[in-house]
Design a protein around this ligand. Structure first.
Ligand SMILES: [Zn+2]
Length: 368
């Protein structure tokens, strides 16, 4: 049994909930993935034989979902992979985006047997809106037994708006790329993390992988699209402009900490009875996301902003786009970040211990 919590949903909605994002527009459709069902039917998993599902394939990608929805995501996995490969070893891992909140054990096995090693179940924007609308309508009906259908609909729409569930198309594309990058990162660097979760003890569960959470999160943030990247950088600019550097975790903590909202998200899922075997796609209202802020006064979106800013700092200072790939390899052998810096810092133009790196990083932040 393995448990994975799709935390990006949490972070994106938290970001939206904080009121720092607006988005609109139509899907930025890339040139569609080239292969149709007929073209490579033999190579496709048998799931694609079902008439209710459409499959869209690329060399390393497969998108499964209701027809009319899969097309919206064409080219997305390839885009994400291209960005990921700018800073980490190219994954070249056959990856599936499955537009559904759950994927049965049988279907997972079929996909695995067909060579698809990475699977992301995902509730599409269209489906999420529909699910939310249904849930809200039931709630409103129960509270307003006198209201007629038209009144119920008006109230439902108004509440849907307020709930802040409108994850826009660009944010959604960035979020999907983010999630794939987590899985590629784990597969390439901590493959043992994927199958070991036989553990029934909920407290023993960890976020993502056996690797450090900051690095795992950074690999994901580095693979986000321009839309999310701009938001991360904007959040950092705001923090620096206000001289509020304590909003970021000190590097000494950052290098060893658990993901700041992992425990809260796990507890909330347990309370909602939503924690499932396999992958958990978490969808939260803006209010729920706000309630997940970590202890100690820092805000969860700032962890993501810090990931982006720290990556920019390290890549720029070291003049080495693959600096984190090298760090990941070293930490994979059990090395600490402190030891890595002491051994390699100088070569990369970085300070050779954490307290000095902290000063170098803050100076870089303030200089903009
Ligand atoms: Zn993440």
């Amino acid at each position: 049994m393995s448990i994975r919590i799709n935390m990006m949903a949490v972070s994106v909605l938290a970001l939206l909930g904080a009121g720092c994002a607006t988005q609109s527009g139509t899907p930025a459709l890339q040139s569609p993935a080239p292969v149709s069902k007929a073209q490579s039917a033999t190579a496709l998993p048998t799931i694609c034989n079902q008439t209710v599902l459409a499959c869209l394939t690329g060399e390393y990608s497969l998108i499964i979902g209701p027809s009319g929805q899969v097309e919206t995501y064409a080219g997305l996995i390839e885009e994400a992979e291209k960005r990921y490969a700018k800073t980490f070893k190219a994954p070249r891992t056959k990856s599936v985006l499955f537009l559904s909140s759950t994927v049965s054990q049988d279907d997972r096995q079929i996909l695995k047997d067909s060579g698809y090693e990475v699977l992301l179940p995902w509730v599409s924007g269209i489906a999420r809106q529909a699910m939310a609308r249904d849930a809200i309508r039931v709630q409103i009906k129960s509270r307003n037994s006198d209201a007629n259908d038209a009144e119920i609909e008006t109230m439902t729409e108004a509440m849907l708006q307020r709930a802040g569930l409108g994850l826009g198309v660009n944010a959604e594309r960035g979020a999907i790329a983010h999630e794939f990058a987590h899985m590629w990162f784990i597969k390439n660097n901590w493959p043992q993390s994927e199958d070991e979760s036989e553990d029934e003890d909920q407290d023993a569960r960890q976020y993502g992988s056996a690797g450090p959470d900051w690095l795992d999160e950074m690999a994901a943030v580095l693979s986000e699209n321009d839309f999310l990247t701009a938001q991360r950088r904007e959040a950092t600019k705001e923090i620096v402009d206000k001289g509020n550097l304590e909003a970021f975790w000190p590097l000494e903590t950052y290098f060893t900490m658990e993901h700041p909202i992992f425990k809260q998200a796990l507890a909330m899922l347990k309370a909602r009875g939503d924690l499932k075997d396999g992958m958990n796609v978490v969808m939260l209202t803006a209010d729920e996301a706000r309630g997940l802020d970590p202890e100690g006064g820092r805000k969860s979106p700032h962890f993501y902003a810090q990931s982006r800013a720290f990556a920019d700092f390290m890549i720029e200072t070291s003049k080495t786009p693959f600096v984190f790939d090298r760090i990941a390899h070293a930490l994979g052998t059990g090395m600490t970040m402190e030891a890595w810096l002491s051994e390699n810092g100088q070569e990369y133009g970085l300070k050779t211990n954490v307290p000095d790196l902290q000063k170098q990083w803050e100076l870089w932040l303030v200089k903009g």
